[in-house]
Design a protein around this ligand. Structure first.
Ligand code: FE2
Length: 379
């Protein structure tokens, strides 16, 4: 049976339930009230600002009734009911994360041993509903996904973006062309693979999703390869915590000024952490790395050692998952996490891909909405 106690002179309460005791502050509770004067009943948006809540706010009465916690706040004299299920889901009374580079429980990092990854048929995804929710959920979990059976038509990549979000237009346009004429007499060219990288680290913010769509593929080789940058960061952290601290604690610089009228620059770390140590993003791209000038002299040697090791981990074949894209097939990557590359070619032929950028917030929003729909349908 649940039990509530006012503690700390009314500045907080302790709520005892099946899962143990959890404390909540009076200010936090008042700010999260769901009464009609605090939150719009229509859209749930908060109607007050913090200055509308008296500085001396405290709780004078607390009782549990009908699955709700009823609290009276002084000096306002307001009595507000809270859903105890909502409170349990939003509890913050726990130890702060200790691990640097932790990830959310729904994220699964991987290497070459990954048994299966999100793959789906375009027509199934276009139906929306559970098939799309499953595939998007997989993309959120693994940071990439593949689609087969799509139309072979100029601009078909936009149909992929339409499944979950919106195109991010850049100075390259709404999309870019990746056309390769493979000429076996020019070995330097045919053998050319690209080192795994994240795209456009010189933008702030970076495009968070990249879509690559295959329209023509008659050349042998040229497989697409992906590497989980989060797993590489975890490996660096585990084998060299100091190196991890150097890469996450200092900004690198990236720039692109390849065409007239464009001078893109950013100052961001190669391994980005949230203030509580959560792994947020990785950035690695040798082609657009600029001179690093934000690491103190006495740390630069160690920084370069860590940078080299991080790149080695990303190049390690034990980290890569590769797959071939045939016409009508495409893949998307979370460009804040998964690095991509193209392997070298052998033999002659052509390859035509179209690429574009989109954003992860749209993808996660579509996923959350589909998940809520599915939950409602099940109830
Ligand atoms: Fe790229």
């Amino acid at each position: 049976m649940a039990e509530v106690t006012i503690i700390d002179g009314g500045k907080a309460i302790a709520l005892k339930g099946a899962a143990g005791t959890t404390r909540f502050h009076a200010h936090w509770l008042r700010d999260n009230a769901w009464d009609e004067a605090t939150r719009s009943p229509g859209n749930g948006q908060r109607l007050i600002t913090l200055k509308d809540i008296p500085r001396e706010t405290r709780i004078t009465a607390a009782e549990l009734a009908d699955g709700h916690l009823w609290l009276t706040f002084a000096p306002e004299g307001k009595r507000i009911g809270y859903d105890t299920g909502w409170l349990a889901a939003h509890s913050y009374d726990r130890a702060a994360p200790q691990d640097k580079g932790w990830t959310a429980p729904w994220i699964k990092t991987w290497d070459a041993g990954l048994k299966s990854f999100p793959q789906a048929d375009f027509a199934r995804l276009a139906e929306g509903g559970p098939a799309l929710a499953d595939w998007l959920g997989g993309v959120a979990r693994y940071g990439f996904g593949r689609i087969s059976g799509g139309p072979v038509r100029d601009g078909a990549l936009f149909d992929v973006v339409d499944l979950f979000g919106y195109v991010r237009e850049t100075n390259y346009g709404r999309h870019f062309e990746v056309r390769t004429e493979v000429n076996p007499t020019n070995l330097a060219y045919t053998g050319l693979g690209l080192q795994a990288h994240t795209d456009n680290p010189y933008r702030d913010p970076v495009p968070t999703i990249q879509v690559l769509y295959c329209l023509e593929s008659s050349a042998k080789g040229g497989e697409n390869m992906v590497v989980d940058g989060f797993r590489a960061a975890e490996r660096l952290r585990d084998e060299d915590p100091e190196g991890f601290d150097l890469l996450s604690g200092h900004c690198a610089r990236f720039e692109y000024a390849g065409s007239s009228g464009v001078a893109l620059r950013s100052r961001r770390p190669m391994i980005e952490l949230a203030p509580d140590g959560e792994l947020v993003a990785v950035r690695l791209n040798n082609r657009s790395a600029a001179a690093i000038t934000d690491v103190p002299y006495d740390k630069m040697d160690g920084y370069y050692r860590a940078y080299r090791r991080f790149a080695e981990l990303i190049d390690d074949p034990a980290m890569e998952v590769s797959f071939r894209l045939d016409p009508g097939e495409s893949f998307i990557v979370d460009n804040t996490r998964v690095l991509h590359a193209r392997k070298g070619y052998s033999g002659a032929g052509t390859r035509w891909l179209q690429g574009c950028y989109a954003d992860k917030d749209g993808l996660l929003s579509t996923l959350a909405a589909l998940t809520a729909e599915r939950r409602e349908a099940a109830e």
